[in-house]
Design a binder for this molecule. Structure first.
Ligand code: 5AD
Ligand code: SF4
Length: 460
């Protein structure tokens, strides 16, 4: 292989959808001669793929741009040019304001326009000016991006199947930054999954901002549900594990619940945000479900798959949230019990309805609530992990760990598992006997025989 002529430094913030987009961006730039580097000082092109979901994330981008501006000047002194591009949701939300606040930036590109990056690069160079593309173009970026290559890949991969959101939760920027809900066609997704499998991928996580609202066109012309898509992807030869995220409680239909009990490849893990434990707050959030709807849904899911590991997103300090309403959140956490969860202090996002509500909760109150909530969630996570000790689980060995001779994999419940095994076993779904559990991960002994038929015993 010839050495790539130019170097690309690509930094990803935020969610898994950005991780997926970054891979596609790198693949789109490879034909132009860009190879990735981890050394920013060597990069001819620096791309920050940004996240706008919470305030600090956008601020981090600006401080990062300050630092990169210094690197750009230092390179210029050595006669080297550096193109700086900001992609992702901050790019979409802030648009031209980015080049005004950080003039070192050459290109601002929204998430729907990545297929245009090669053109934007040419324009930025030729016209020697800032280029901003934050349109929601008519053409479909997925069809315009180069097909995924068949070179070896790590055994677990993301695959975006749906983008955007029509739910309009009052705290959330996603419907504005990622636009209206859109589902890719089934055939396109199946082809991509087959290519991933040929490249050594054994586990695929189907991604979407509201993935279970998926309604892509099937080969039969009908709109397929996520449940139907999961069954189809599970049947792709070489794909042995399937996951999906993120779901909305309103879109958990009967068939999707049934899939958890019926399709062996669908892993016993579900990320299902509930956001708040009070009906008044849920209504103010425009969540379109009540606490009781969520409770009943969880009961049905556990009936279909008793050992399912549940994860969720929770916001504390939504405008007007009282102590009693926050206590209701803690009670729901106690009642449901989560294997893991993400929790956040409410942060007003410009342009969203909740940002204009007057009764914002004071910062110290939010901090206290978050600490209390995280204490409860951490205890549940530790208990879930501890309950795994002594079990033998099928673990997909994904990559070398930090210690020599160590590999890191994932259990069916998405827990990281550390184990001593040779690197040649990466990509294997090995039987691992769990010997100890920490707050965030497990440790285990890998059995010598691979792919033992394992029963994943109920944890609840
Ligand atoms: N403030 C705090 N948390 C937020 N999230 C989304 N918007 C906000 C906001 N304005 C959280 C939600 C969502 C997760 C991805 O981020 O819990 O599910
Ligand atoms: Fe945002 Fe999720 Fe609500 Fe859509 S469903 S508006 S992505 S929090």
């Amino acid at each position: 292989m010839t050495k790539p002529a130019k170097k690309l430094f690509l930094k990803t913030f935020g969610c898994q959808m950005n991780v997926y987009d970054s891979e596609r961006i790198a693949e789109a730039l490879a034909p132009l001669g860009y190879g990735e580097t981890q050394e920013i000082g060597e990069a001819d092109l620096v791309i920050l793929n940004t996240c706008h979901i919470r305030e600090k994330a956008a601020e981090k981008v600006y401080s990062e741009l300050g630092r990169i501006g210094g690197i750009k000047s230092a390179r210029r002194e050595r006669g080297r040019d550096t193109v700086i591009a900001v992609a992702g949701c901050v790019a979409q939300a802030e648009g031209r304001a980015i080049v005004e606040r950080a003039p070192v930036v050459d290109i601002v590109v929204g998430p729907q326009s990545y297929h245009r990056l090669p053109d934007l690069l040419v324009r930025a160079r030729r016209e020697d000016r800032h280029v901003v593309d934050t349109e929601f173009p008519e053409e479909d970026k997925f069809r315009r991006l180069p097909a995924r290559g068949a070179g070896r890949r790590p055994p677990a991969a993301f695959l975006t199947v749906q983008e955007g959101c029509d739910k309009f939760c009052t705290f959330c920027v996603v419907p504005y930054t990622r636009g209206a809900e859109y589902s890719r066609a089934v055939a396109e997704i199946v082809t991509e999954a087959e290519r991933l499998a040929q490249a050594g991928v054994r586990e695929v996580t189907l991604l979407g901002q509201n993935v279970n609202a998926y309604h892509g066109q099937g080969p039969d012309g009908a709109a397929w549900s996520l449940a139907r898509l999961l069954r189809r992807i599970a049947a792709v030869s070489g794909i042995e594990r399937v996951r999906y995220t993120t779901s909305h409680p309103r879109d958990m239909d009967d068939d999707l619940i049934a899939v958890h009990g019926e399709v062996e490849e669908v892993m016993p893990y579900l990320h299902l945000p509930f956001q708040a434990g009070s009906d008044r707050i849920l209504a103010a959030m425009n969540r379109k479900h009540t606490v009781d709807d969520y409770r009943r849904l969880i009961a049905r899911i556990r009936e279909a798959r008793p050992d399912i590991a549940l994860s969720t997103d929770i916001i504390v300090g939504f405008p007007g949230e009282t102590d009693a309403e926050f206590d209701a959140t803690l009670r729901l956490v106690d009642e449901v019990t989560f294997a893991q969860a993400y929790s956040f202090k409410y942060s007003p996002r410009p342009g969203t309805p909740a940002a204009t509500i007057e009764e914002q909760v004071p910062e110290p109150v939010k901090a206290d609530r978050l600490a209390a909530l995280q204490q409860a969630l951490n205890a549940q996570k530790a208990a879930f992990n501890a309950a795994c000790v002594g079990r033998t689980m099928p673990v997909l060995l994904e990559r070398p760990g930090r210690l020599a001779g160590q590999l890191v994999g994932r259990s069916p419940y998405l827990q990281p598992v550390h184990t001593m095994a040779p690197e040649s076993r990466v990509g294997e779904i090995a039987a691992v006997e769990i010997v100890s559990a920490g707050p965030n991960s497990l440790e285990g002994d890998t059995k010598s025989e691979s792919d033992l038929p394992l029963e994943v015993a109920a944890l609840h």
